[in-house]
Design a protein around this ligand. Sequence first.
Ligand SMILES: [Zn+2]
Length: 70
Amino acid sequence: MRRKCKCGKKLYGYGDGVHEVWVCYKCGRFVGNAGGDPIFACMLQTEPHAIMDLIHERCLKPIESEKNGR
Ligand SMILES: [Zn+2]
């Protein structure tokens, strides 16, 4: 399943099995799936930098769009 941003560029997905976030490095858009976690959902809206930190710390790992896990 491939995801694309509205700007036409690829979205890069990161996740930890529950939470998912898709980032466009072209225009900086975020698409998040909090997996029902209200704290994560809040972070997506108010603290995108915290999400980027999670990615950099590899708490959220790259999702390979070629493989369909489920
Ligand atoms: Zn974009």
